[in-house]
Design a binder for this molecule. Structure first.
Ligand SMILES: O=P(O)(O)OC[C@H]1O[C@H](O)[C@H](O)[C@@H](O)[C@@H]1O
Length: 337
């Protein structure tokens, strides 16, 4: 088996920097100029590792007291109802992602306010040319490993516009929670599931974000075949698959619901029994922290560690995502980037 120890160490040390990323991103975001506008709503545009930022803001926004809607756009066009009264946050780590650039251009043509969150590329050029505010994200990351800085800078940027989704104490708690999360926790989980070829990751309510994030990290880092089941929606369809005894035995990974979320507690208890009956490995994860942001970012860090160690155990290079380059090349051919 090929040993990708250099690449594994590189990824792990990028994930280790999450606490620093939170601190740096939040500082950069909050230092934007206040535009003194009351927006009708917020659009978060981004793809892949950058697009997850939108899921974070939406999930945290639903948990907050803000009085305007948040829409996440993972595609190349804005909804028809967006107009000049909206704030469009264009998030692309590289700054060269076609879909995000396309949304940013549409936002400019509609006269909407745009904030760019990027480490450079065409998005930075465009934002500079249009005179928009930019949060400059640190360079030399893989987009998926910069998620902590992307999310905290977006939260900070919103705060700079008086859109308070979380407070400074919650940011500090997240930093402390991340510092208390070790590589070893990820290694233990990876060791217990590395003999499996299929993974089912489930999360309920706000932990839908974690189920999807873990799926993406398992795909990009470990090149593992994985499905996420997100509840309560999946209780109305996907769950039926487990009504019969399946031939394949995946590793089930589930996020334990918070005690005060009775709907999710009922569902996760039910699922635990259903999954156990399939006679497979079942791993229960309890995200740590004193607030939802801390729990989500702690669970996200763990995804980075687990998926990187899983790659190591399977003899896979966690840094290589070259196949996505084929999609980008096809777009370039059509002059879409
Ligand atoms: O995050 P961006 O630079 O906008 O790129 C968007 C996405 O492109 C690729 O598909 C990568 O594999 C993702 O990790 C990345 O997030």
């Amino acid at each position: 088996m090929v040993n990708f120890s250099k690449e594994v160490e590189e990824m792990l040390s990028l994930y280790d920097s999450f606490p620093k990323q939170i601190e740096a991103g939040y500082k950069k975001g909050t230092s934007l100029e206040n535009l003194d506008k009351k927006f009708k709503g917020i659009i978060l545009s981004g793809m892949g590792g950058s697009g997850v930022t939108g899921d974070y803001i939406k999930t945290l926004g639903l948990n907050s007291k803000i009085d305007i809607p948040i829409e996440v756009v993972k595609g190349d066009s804005l909804p028809s109802w967006v107009n000049k009264d909206y704030l469009v946050i264009a998030i692309s780590y590289s700054g060269n992602t076609h879909e995000t650039l396309s949304c940013a251009r549409q936002a400019y043509s509609l006269g909407a306010e745009v904030i760019a969150i990027t480490s450079g590329g065409k998005l930075e050029e465009l934002a500079k040319q249009k005179g928009s505010q930019i949060v400059s994200i640190s360079k030399n990351y893989y987009p998926r490993t910069a998620i902590a800085e992307l999310v905290s800078s977006t939260l900070g940027a919103l705060k700079s516009q008086n859109i308070n989704i979380i407070n400074d104490n919650e940011i500090n708690d997240a930093i402390e929670t991340l510092k208390g999360t070790s590589r070893g926790e990820g290694l233990n989980i990876a060791n217990s599931i590395s003999d499996k070829d299929l993974y089912i990751i489930s999360g309920c309510g706000p932990y839908e974000l974690l189920a999807n994030r873990w799926r993406q990290e398992f795909s990009e880092n470990a090149k593992a075949v994985v499905k996420s089941e997100v509840y309560p929606e999946s209780a109305h369809n996907d769950i039926v698959v487990w009504q019969v005894d399946q031939k394949y035995k995946p590793a089930f990974i589930m996020f334990e619901a918070d005690k005060d979320n009775s709907l999710c507690s009922i569902l996760t208890n039910l699922l635990e029994n259903i999954y156990k009956k399939q006679g497979s490995t079942l791993i229960k994860i309890k995200p740590r922290g004193n607030n939802l942001f801390s729990k989500l970012i702690q669970g996200t860090l763990l995804a980075g560690y687990v998926s990187t160690y899983l790659a190591m155990r399977k003899g896979i290079n966690p840094t290589d995502t070259s196949i996505t380059g084929e999609y980008k090349k096809a777009l370039e051919k059509e002059n879409l980037v």
